[in-house]
Design a protein. Structure first.
Length: 456
């Protein structure tokens, strides 16, 4: 119980206020109980003296024969006994109880009375009943239990009201501070006051808004840093995989070359005829050269990024030139190319990189189409579409088609496919320029699309 009170501000304020109210009430009651009887006795004495003065004045205006009636009336009104001395004769009027005399509850006043129709003064003694302060003290003591109960009741009710009014804003601020300690800023301290507590509440609101903005800014920066780190980690992983695959791709032609050259040196079998074997060896060297060039091109793009020159250029003209350069390959494979290119469409970027990407896209469409198929090239202000017919990519390969050295044709025969870097190079260039792209199977063919809206 004590610990609970010690930990509760409301309980402390209630106890202090209730205690102070009870103490003050008891002090006031005690002071009144002591002072009031004395004051009452003084007031009664003063009133009695004033009343006697008026009584003597009344007798002075009254005839002696009529005085008896005035004196009797005075005795009845004031519960008094009057003794008038006329020469040697003592004339009493009224009466007073012996008990009051014994208790000292009487006041005695002596004066010289005069009458209207007589000369001379007549001794006059008046004894009147006067309640003492002890009766008031006794009355206070009798009423004390009831008054004490009332004091406790009023004090408790007042303490409850005061503690709630005083402690409520403090409890609200305390509740808010706990939420702040948990970095929860989704609150508002609603303390509608203009005193120090109101200033504190407003300061908390302002501080919370600033802290919330700072925390959100830090969270945003932290999230961006996390994304950047994940991106860097992913790039690092891709680079390791890329070079591992590149090493693997270079290992095969190097092994072939080494075997052919060793066989020619040793004069083994058909390798004695160097004129027949050297063209095959040269073909492998050319494959290696092409692969190394593609690797170097990708590395340079990833290293330089958009540091190369960017400009506005006509993608329509570039696409026409690329298609023209690939016409011999299309004729060789008996592929019909249908073009629908809107002229004078300009984009912003690196012209040589975009040209390389377009070359690889159209080249892939021709190389991976069966003999006698068609390739459609459509360029509008919104999109570039390259579609080849009579071909399809297995669904499980669509998500991997842009992976370095990945080929749908698993035999990795150079006669039926390239190095597996063509589409990876395309993806790298398009992502560098912020151009959305996709490849998908369509009815009776495969379609590669590029969204040009962001670069026109």
């Amino acid at each position: 119980m004590i610990k609970k009170i010690r930990d509760s501000l409301s309980a402390k304020v209630f106890i202090w206020i209730a205690g102070l109210l009870i103490l003050c009430s008891l002090l006031i009651y005690g002071i009144v109980m002591i002072i009031l009887p004395k004051s009452y006795t003084t007031v009664i004495s003063t009133q009695f003296v004033n009343e006697m003065a008026r009584f003597v004045e009344t007798l002075a205006d009254t005839n002696y024969e009529d005085a008896s009636e005035v004196i009797e009336q005075f005795c009845q009104n004031n519960q008094a006994m009057v003794v008038l001395t006329d020469g040697g004769e003592i004339i009493p009027y009224g009466s007073i109880s012996d008990e009051s005399v014994e208790k000292g509850e009487t006041l005695t006043y002596t004066a010289a009375a005069t009458f209207k129709d007589r000369d001379g003064e007549y001794p006059l003694t008046v004894t009147a009943f006067s309640p003492t302060g002890q009766e008031l003290t006794s009355l206070f003591l009798k009423l004390f239990p009831m008054v004490l109960l009332l004091i406790f009741l009023i004090s408790f009710v007042g303490a409850i009201l005061c503690s709630r009014i005083m402690v409520k804003p403090v409890l609200e601020i305390s509740r808010i501070s706990k939420r702040m300690s948990n970095l929860d800023m989704t609150w508002e301290c609603r303390v509608d006051r203009t005193d120090e507590l109101g200033v504190l509440a407003n300061s908390l609101n302002v501080m919370a808004k600033r802290l919330d903005a700072a925390i959100k800014e830090l969270e945003g920066a932290n999230q961006k840093l996390k994304e950047d780190m994940e991106h860097i980690t992913e790039l690092s992983r891709q680079r390791r995989n890329f070079f591992a695959a590149a090493s693997h791709e270079l290992k095969t032609p190097i092994t072939i070359l080494k075997g052919q050259i060793e066989s020619m040196i040793m004069g083994i079998g058909s390798y004695k005829d160097t004129k027949k074997v050297l063209p095959e060896t040269l073909k492998e060297v050319e494959n290696m050269e092409r692969l190394v060039k593609e690797i170097l091109a990708i590395s340079k793009i990833e290293m330089d990024g958009m540091a190369r020159k960017t400009e506005q250029f006509s993608i329509s003209a570039v696409l026409v030139e690329v298609t023209k350069s690939l016409d011999p390959l299309a004729v060789e494979r008996k592929i019909a190319i249908t073009q629908n290119i809107v002229p004078d469409i300009f984009v912003c970027g690196n012209q040589s990189l975009i040209e390389k990407a377009l070359h690889n896209i159209v080249n892939n469409a021709i190389r991976h189409s069966p003999i006698g198929a068609e390739v459609f090239i459509v360029l509008t202000e919104q999109k570039l579409l390259v579609r080849n017919t009579n071909a399809a990519i297995p669904v499980e390969d669509l998500s991997l088609i842009f992976t370095p050295f990945y080929r749908v044709e698993k035999s990795r025969n150079k006669a039926t496919g390239g190095s597996g870097l063509g589409l990876y190079l395309v993806a790298t260039i398009l992502e560098l320029h912020g151009l959305p792209y996709r490849i998908e199977n369509v009815e009776n063919g495969v379609e590669f699309s590029i969204d040009l809206n962001s670069k026109i």
